[in-house]
Design a protein around this ligand. Sequence first.
Ligand SMILES: Nc1ncnc2c1ncn2[C@@H]1O[C@H](COP(=O)(O)OP(=O)(O)O)[C@@H](O)[C@H]1O
Ligand SMILES: Cc1ncc(COP(=O)(O)OP(=O)(O)O)c(N)n1
Length: 263
Amino acid sequence: MKTALTIAGSDSSGGAGIQGDLKTFAAHGVYGMSVITAITAQNTVRVSHIQGLDPLTIEKQIDAIFSDIQVGSVKIGMLYNKRIVHAVLNTLKKYTMPPIVLDPVMVSTTGRILLKGDAITMMVEELFPICHMITPNILEAELITKMPIKNIDDMKKACIRLHKQGPKNVLVKGGHLKDTATDIYYNGYDFISYEHERIPNTNTHGTGCALSSAIAANWSIGYPSHVAIQRAKSYISKAIQGGFSIGSGDGPIKHFPKGVYNE
Ligand SMILES: Nc1ncnc2c1ncn2[C@@H]1O[C@H](COP(=O)(O)OP(=O)(O)O)[C@@H](O)[C@H]1O
Ligand SMILES: Cc1ncc(COP(=O)(O)OP(=O)(O)O)c(N)n1
């Protein structure tokens, strides 16, 4: 059985975080496991409360999995604070790691801080170097690189700066560009552009989470990174097309089952 692990926050509305990641793994036919870092009270309009879990509870969840189960890939999402970044980093370092994709989640689309300011430096300096891939969106890439990103050329410059921080591969997501939804991949040598027309649907809650967990799922299945991204992009485009409304704000994407998105 192919397996994947998500280390992320819980989203009570079920669109993003742990819930979105597990739905993505299941849609790929990959057995999903979870380490919860924080619990958010969240719906389609706001994140009203966040409780970061204590470091020991996080460490014990990671130990429980790696001491017993073969893990095919790891996706890391919301880490919330410095103590959580530290706990995840130091516990993962005890084990031989499968490839890790880190979505450096910082702010929800509804505007709530999901990673405290003082945790950003630790995440960049200590967690980035152990990651096979990082997948910042434009705002996250701007905050980390301290450069404005307005177009594809800027995304490429940001990729180079981010790659210098230690991850083997960088994917800057272009979901917040004006005219297209083009993501830029960089492996230290070459760029690959993953393009898709903008889909006119505002029900996109959980897209970033689903893209990174789809990449992890495709690694677990056995695809190399450039193919894993291509398949994940196809998955997410279909999922956004199927996005639906369940509340008064932006609703979730639709996790179509295996077979629907790559044909
Ligand atoms: N309206 C859209 N149409 C097509 N693709 C989109 C749209 N919005 C986001 N995407 C894609 O979804 C993925 C997540 O990107 P993004 O929205 O930038 O991340 P995040 O959810 O972390 O902010 C990327 O592959 C991006 O290109
Ligand atoms: C618990 C939790 N984790 C991550 C996010 C952010 O999700 P993401 O897919 O990056 O973007 P939006 O859903 O905010 O558009 C979250 N909201 N909650």
